[in-house]
Ligand binder design. Structure first.
Ligand SMILES: O=c1ccn([C@@H]2O[C@H](COP(=O)(O)O)[C@@H](O)[C@H]2O)c(=O)[nH]1
Length: 273
């Protein structure tokens, strides 16, 4: 999916919501556990109930890898279901990969070609030759970790080297990489106060912003400094939507939470026009 197509979907749905499909078998309604593939059945119910309210889904691969072969098969079924039924929705494999070049090429092939995701998250710290193999997929997007939502982000990402914080160095250097126009960046919603500085370096790039909901990030704060002329934001919420209820009405409850965020986004978009 091109960035223009993503922006068109955002305008059409009045939403820049990304729903995180982080399925924890201990948190889903227990009656689903009798199904042959509880993870997929849960995802399917969530997707069926929320697809009109969001423009992206982001399965975090940890929640599938944790269940071995069965988990990987659930991930495969989930992305196939999305690509077949909702090809207009942007898909993100939140896998946080990155390795020496030939290994990165295999990661890129796994997520972007074999599974068929539109994008994959990548850690930047092994540098240019670890990221460019992902960028070789020019019809896909590589989402680079810039300033993450967790407390540990302050251990390295904000440390200054020669007067420049590491996350800023990542943003600036990555712009010189081949096919960098296909880069997006992760910035945590809990770090909204950094967005004005971030926008000085990457004024137009799309940002994937996790941390709204369970981590306490604020949508209004993120939009105040992060919004661009073409929106430029995908706001992720996972637990805050998925686990709104764990009774039989879980999908309806999830849709209600998603709708609250979508309506807040619609109001923000209307004001910014
Ligand atoms: O900086 C980051 C990068 C990734 N994540 C991931 O996003 C979701 C957030 O889930 P919530 O339940 O809405 O907190 C999850 O998959 C994280 O691994 C992040 O939170 N922060």
């Amino acid at each position: 999916m091109t960035t223009q197509q993503l922006v068109a979907q955002i305008r059409k749905k009045k939403s820049f919501l990304c729903i995180g499909l982080d399925v924890d078998l201990e948190k889903i309604p227990q009656q689903l556990l009798t199904e042959e593939d509880p993870i997929f059945e849960f995802n399917k119910a969530i997707i069926d109930a929320t697809h009109h309210l969001c423009v992206a889904y982001k399965p975090n691969t940890a929640f599938y890898e944790a269940y071995g072969l069965k988990g990987w098969q659930s991930l495969e079924k989930t992305i196939q279901y999305l690509n077949q039924n909702h090809p207009e929705i942007f898909t993100i494999a939140d896998a946080k990969r990155g390795d020496i070049g030939n290994t990165s090429r295999m990661y890129a092939k796994a997520f972007l070609e074999d599974l068929g995701f539109d994008s994959v998250t990548v850690a930047p710290y092994m540098g240019k030759d670890s990221v460019e193999p992902f960028l070789e997929f020019t019809d896909k997007h590589t989402i680079l970790l810039a300033l993450t939502s967790n407390e540990g982000a302050f251990d390295f990402q904000t440390i200054s080297m020669e007067g420049k914080e590491l996350y800023k160095q990542v943003l600036e250097t990555s712009k010189s990489w081949k096919n960098s126009e296909n880069l997006m960046y992760v910035v945590g919603a809990t770090k909204a106060e950094y967005l004005a500085d971030i926008r000085k370096i990457i004024p137009n790039s799309f940002l994937l912003v996790p941390g709204v909901g369970a981590q306490g990030g604020n949508l209004q704060d993120v939009c105040k400094y992060g919004l661009t002329d073409t929106v430029g934001l995908l706001i992720n919420s996972s637990r805050g939507i998925l686990y709104a209820s764990n009774d039989q009405n879980f999908a309806v409850a999830a849709a209600e939470k998603a709708k609250e965020l979508q309506q807040e986004m619609a109001a923000i978009l209307q004001q910014s026009i």
